[in-house]
Write a protein that binds this ligand. Structure first.
Ligand SMILES: [Ca+2]
Ligand SMILES: [Ca+2]
Length: 162
């Protein structure tokens, strides 16, 4: 019951965030079953495939950013939320090195990505075309750099900390 109540509050918050200048509601792309609250953040998991730029724009249209893992605890919490079957397909995060090549950061705040989140020998910038960072399940949950134009699911995050 508590979970349903908190999801309702979240939905009302999203309606508010999505309200356009012309007083119309832009809620058609948000389903409540894909909303999760953890720690100081609200997450929206979108299982439609988009490239990194489209995914970022889609999150920003809701007032969110693509997800940033600030701590291992946050990373592990999302691992538990995500369906393992879907996670093998991969979800975009806000991580990228297109601002300074070879220096992967979380896009919204420019903070470095913790080393222990990367998969084996990642980020490898394969064929020198991988500049956006994917969260996925292979042998375990991990980050991997991929071409920004590839299409994957994505996770949006709204940090609620004042
Ligand atoms: Ca975060
Ligand atoms: Ca890679």
């Amino acid at each position: 019951m508590l979970r349903e109540c908190s999801q309702l509050v979240v939905l009302l918050g999203l309606i508010y965030l999505s309200k356009g200048d012309d007083d119309t509601l832009n809620l058609v792309n948000v389903t409540i079953k894909n909303l999760f609250y953890n720690g100081d953040s609200l997450y929206y998991i979108d299982e439609r495939s988009k490239n990194w730029y489209e995914a970022r724009g889609s999150c920003e249209s809701l007032g969110f950013n693509l997800i940033s893992f600030e701590t291992v605890e946050e990373f592990e919490a999302i691992n538990r939320i995500i369906d393992d079957t879907e996670a093998t397909k991969g979800y975009w995060t806000s991580g990228t090195d297109f601002i300074h090549l070879g220096n992967h950061v979380w896009f919204p705040n420019g903070k470095p990505i913790p080393l222990d989140l990367w998969g084996f020998q990642e980020p490898d910038n394969k064929n020198e075309e991988e500049h956006c960072d994917l969260f996925r399940l292979t042998s375990g949950y991990e980050l991997n750099d991929e071409p920004c134009t590839s299409k994957y699911f994505y996770i949006c995050e709204l940090n609620l900390k004042p």
